[in-house]
Ligand binder design. Structure first.
Ligand code: ASP
Length: 438
């Protein structure tokens, strides 16, 4: 049994709806579908969710409000009439238009994008419509109530053979609508997959899976065929995003694989995310991801290793400044704090003063505008020569490595380089591992 979530670009107009119908019909194992709201049809277009938030913000300005809502209205009416669907979409739109200005937060407005798309898709497929406001629950403090949701989703969905359940929202104990953070339909899909004990969670989008590197940096990078949840976590932490972060946990817990697929290229196998991948990646590594905008503070003090509580005092200074650090590589007499450049910019004076006061170091050096690059691959630790290949490639490209962190996850080597060297470094690593034959 398969749960299939479709992103906004997969349902942006009536042609896309027909592709989705074809996908759902082509395998009867696809029993539950989770739609997003209509996304962009072209680069200059608006996402319905953005327009809905805008409506909520404009609620006090009737003329502007009516104009933006009109755009939303047209999109849905066009889809419904092109598909010849027999549902009262105008009536639903009228009710939503009337209610948005009465709601205290933007959540109700934002959720209606998925709600309406769910009604359209259910009508197109002739499947049951299940409203997540009857089975996806948030607690009073706004956090997601996973266990209550799990029970109610199981109960409501398993009694139906085929159903559409809109993504992105649920309900609060007081009856009001609440949404997940942006991109949250992925989360609903994962919740439904777990609640129905699916064999597979398909996530249909507009790319054929994850790439081994950022295509803005490396030309035409190879696709990742298989990746483990842990590897994915490492790569997405470093900025490789296709999937909402919180979407991984429910299915990971249940050991359900996720398949990233492309609605516009439905025969392509995409990327499979698994609890444990079969075999090692062909290239020795699974992918490369990185980000600019880090700073590294290097604290040096002779005999630091023998000083009880030194690390705690450093972290106390960081904590007092309200900063959350990213990495903490240490040497014998040095300790590096890797943090976001922005965080440093906000608290620089106080942070450095506090580190001096609390730890009395010999010196503190700050490297700014650094980039971190993670080279990720299960089994990397078990292979000889991986580090030498990585650093050989960087040295050949004349990139100076300022920091190395092999990380305790053992499937990752992170290097810190100057922000200017970022692209060059990523390309060097890519060609050393993925381009080069083993
Ligand atoms: N429509 C929502 C958004 O744009 C949720 C989603 O698409 O997953 O963030």
């Amino acid at each position: 049994m398969i749960v299939a979530k479709f992103g906004g670009s997969s349902l942006s107009d009536s042609d896309q709806f027909l592709k989705v119908r074809q996908i759902l019909r082509s395998d009867p194992a696809r029993r539950y579908a989770i739609p997003s709201a209509p996304g962009r049809r072209h680069a200059a277009d608006h996402k319905i969710t953005d327009l809905l938030y805008k409506c909520h913000d404009l609620a006090a300005y009737p003329r502007e409000y009516a104009k933006v809502f009109g755009e939303i209205r047209d999109r849905y009416i066009n889809i419904a009439s092109a598909l010849g669907l027999d549902i009262d979409i105008r009536g639903k739109l009228d009710e939503i238009e009337r209610r948005i200005p009465l709601e205290p937060t933007g959540d109700y407005a934002a959720s209606r994008g998925e709600y309406l798309n769910g009604l359209l898709l259910a009508a197109l497929m002739k499947w049951d419509f299940v409203d997540p406001s009857d089975c996806v629950w948030f607690r009073e403090d706004g956090t997601f109530d996973s266990e209550r949701t799990h029970l109610d989703c199981s109960r409501l969905l398993l009694s139906r053979e085929y159903a559409v359940i809109p993504g992105f929202y649920g309900r609060m104990p007081d009856g009001s609508i609440r949404t997940f953070s942006r991109g949250g339909s992925d989360v609903t899909g994962a919740i439904v997959a777990r609640a129905t004990d699916a064999d597979l969670y398909e996530n249909w989008t507009d790319v054929s899976g994850f790439l081994t590197a950022d295509p803005r940096v490396v030309e035409n990078p190879r696709r990742i065929e298989q990746i483990t949840y842990r590897e994915l976590r490492e790569l997405s932490y470093m900025g490789a995003t296709v999937l909402h972060e919180d979407a991984i946990f429910p299915v990971r817990k249940a050991g359900i694989p996720i398949n990233i697929r492309n609605t516009n290229e439905p025969d392509h196998p995409g990327t499979l995310i698994l609890p444990h991948a079969q075999g090692e990646p062909l290239a020795g590594i699974t992918g490369i991801a990185g980000r600019k905008g880090f700073a590294i503070i290097v604290i040096e003090k002779a005999m630091m290793n023998a000083e009880l509580g030194f690390g705690r005092r450093v972290l106390q200074a960081v904590e007092e400044c309200g900063i959350s650090f990213e990495h903490l590589p240490t040497g014998i007499d040095t300790m590096c704090i890797v943090l976001h450049q922005e965080a440093l910019d906000k608290a620089r004076g106080r942070l450095i003063t506090r580190i001096y006061e609390l730890t009395e170091p010999d010196s503190i050096e700050i490297h700014e505008d650094m980039a971190l690059i993670a080279t990720v691959g299960r089994g990397m630790v078990r292979q000889r020569g991986m580090a030498s290949r990585l650093f050989g490639a960087l040295s050949e490209a004349r990139v100076n490595v300022r920091m190395i962190d092999q990380g305790s996850s053992e499937l990752n080597i992170i290097v810190g380089v100057s922000g200017q060297d970022f692209e060059k470094a990523v390309r060097a690593i890519y060609s050393a591992f993925i381009d080069a034959p083993r």
